[in-house]
Design a protein around this ligand. Structure first.
Ligand SMILES: *Cc1c(COP(=O)(O)O)cnc(C)c1O
Length: 438
């Protein structure tokens, strides 16, 4: 039915253009080529529904559908992290550096991930990123990369302790988050947990008494999201390396070397220096890279993991390899920049941003704020920060905006904490607040 053929003044819904007519709109037809027909059709259906509900006039449906088109064919949308939590689990933990994003873009096509272009022969997958890791952590004889920190633990347990015991302190039986518990993860591999010590105190003697013929390895787990204070004792890696079994240290955060700003956070180099035989860690926490799990340490142990049949099920894709290498070799990551951001500079940014917004009539006030590492790193560490405080209703409007801005609601205000916002995004934050004020 032709739109023009419908007499004006009839039931409004009949004047809403049909789907096929709308899809023929040159803008929507071009979008279908870019995003796929299904994505465009969903935008069209949504716009028709709004017209039927009387939210928009019938002749605005095509424009509304164009306006509702997502920027990509994926449902994932960009978010500006103004929560003050550097590694926000629900926002995908570490944001990648530009260097890593570029590496991902290159690797996303056909790439020489398992080919030596010089000889034309098959080459070892991930060889250059493994070399990069070993350059950064010379204490490690070998390295292996899996899908995440949990996968590194599963592979270690499966390859080194099948049907055997993993000796672990009762003070290190950690729940990572979202109900995932390291002891249950390990038990799921068929290994048995041999718990030693108590919640607050475990001594080297506790480990020594438990180690025996059935021991696969000793596991030290960094309490990365909680702290036990008071009458406490735990055994350091160096105190456990003489018991005749491998010591595996799960450091969580992925720091390759000590970070002076986070003195209590373990790092791979120090753990290996202390005698750990294997270190496992996440790639998307303080290392600031893509989601992946790192295994670093003694050559024979790393090889036992890498050659285990399960390794194939836990391997990472070429884009992860590219992003990790660019993270390890490249410039300071956004996570590191956020960690090191100077509090005075953050305050200046907050003052400037708030002043600009007040000129536009927004009730914006610069305030002091407290940021945190988050995401399973440096529990209890407070990073002095600065924020722009807005009336609370802004929180929801900013979250629903494009780009979405995630602040944090505190004392009836919406705080936009700038520590995890790259300075280059202040303009985008200002635009988003102005849009939310309208
Ligand atoms: C985060 C964390 C894990 C799990 O790592 P994922 O990369 O989230 O799978 C394991 N152990 C510790 C100590 C952690 O902090």
């Amino acid at each position: 039915m032709d739109r023009a053929a419908v007499p004006a003044g009839e039931d409004g819904r009949r004047r809403i253009a049909r789907t096929d007519v709308l899809l023929a709109d040159p803008r929507l037809a071009a979008a279908a080529g870019r995003l796929g027909r299904g994505v465009v059709k969903a935008a069209v259906t949504g716009a028709q529904r709004r017209a039927r509900a009387g939210e928009i006039p019938p002749d605005a449906v095509a424009d509304a559908a164009v306006g509702a088109l997502p920027p990509t064919a994926s449902g994932l949308r960009p978010v500006i992290n103004a929560t003050g939590v550097l590694l926000h689990t629900n926002l995908g933990r570490a944001p990648l550096s530009d260097a890593a994003r570029e590496a991902v873009a290159v690797a996303s096509g056909a790439t020489d991930v398992e080919l030596d272009l010089e000889t034309g022969r098959r080459a070892r997958r991930g060889r250059s990123v493994l070399a990069a890791l070993l350059e950064r952590v010379p204490q490690a004889e070998a390295a292996h990369i899996v899908n995440n920190g949990a996968a590194a633990l599963v592979l270690a347990a499966t390859a080194l302790a099948p049907g055997r015991e993993i000796v672990i302190s009762r003070g290190e039986m950690v729940e990572i988050g979202d109900g995932f518990r390291i002891p249950e993860l390990l038990a799921a591999t068929g290994a048995r947990l041999r718990e030693v010590g108590t919640t607050n105190r475990t001594s080297p003697d506790d480990y020594a008494a438990a180690v025996g013929e059935r021991t696969g390895f000793i596991l030290k787990v960094h309490p990365s999201n909680f702290r036990i204070e008071g009458f406490t004792r735990s055994a350091g890696v160096a105190e456990l390396t003489g018991l005749g079994v491998p010591v595996v240290a799960d450091i969580g955060s992925g720091l390759l070397a000590p970070e002076p700003l986070l003195p209590d956070e373990p790092d791979a180099a120090s753990m290996l220096k202390a005698g750990a035989h294997l270190v496992t860690a996440s790639g998307d926490k303080l290392l600031g890279g893509p989601q992946c799990g790192l295994v670093l340490g003694r050559d024979d142990l790393v090889r036992a993991l890498a050659r285990h049949p399960l390794a194939r099920a836990l391997r990472v894709d070429k884009m992860t390899l590219a992003a990790l290498e660019a993270t390890v070799r490249g410039p300071r990551t956004p996570t590191e920049q956020a960690l090191r951001a100077d509090a005075a500079a953050l305050r200046e940014r907050a003052e400037r941003l708030a002043a600009r917004l007040r000129l536009d009539g927004v009730d914006a006030v610069p305030v002091e704020s407290e940021a945190a590492v988050g995401g399973g790193g440096a529990p209890g560490v407070v990073l002095p920060s600065a924020a722009v405080a807005l009336p609370e209703p802004f929180a929801v409007r900013l979250r629903r905006g494009d780009p979405a801005v995630m602040g944090r609601v505190e004392d009836g205000r919406c705080l936009l904490d700038l520590r995890a916002v790259p300075p280059g995004q202040d303009d985008a934050v200002a635009d988003a607040v102005r849009a939310a004020a309208r």
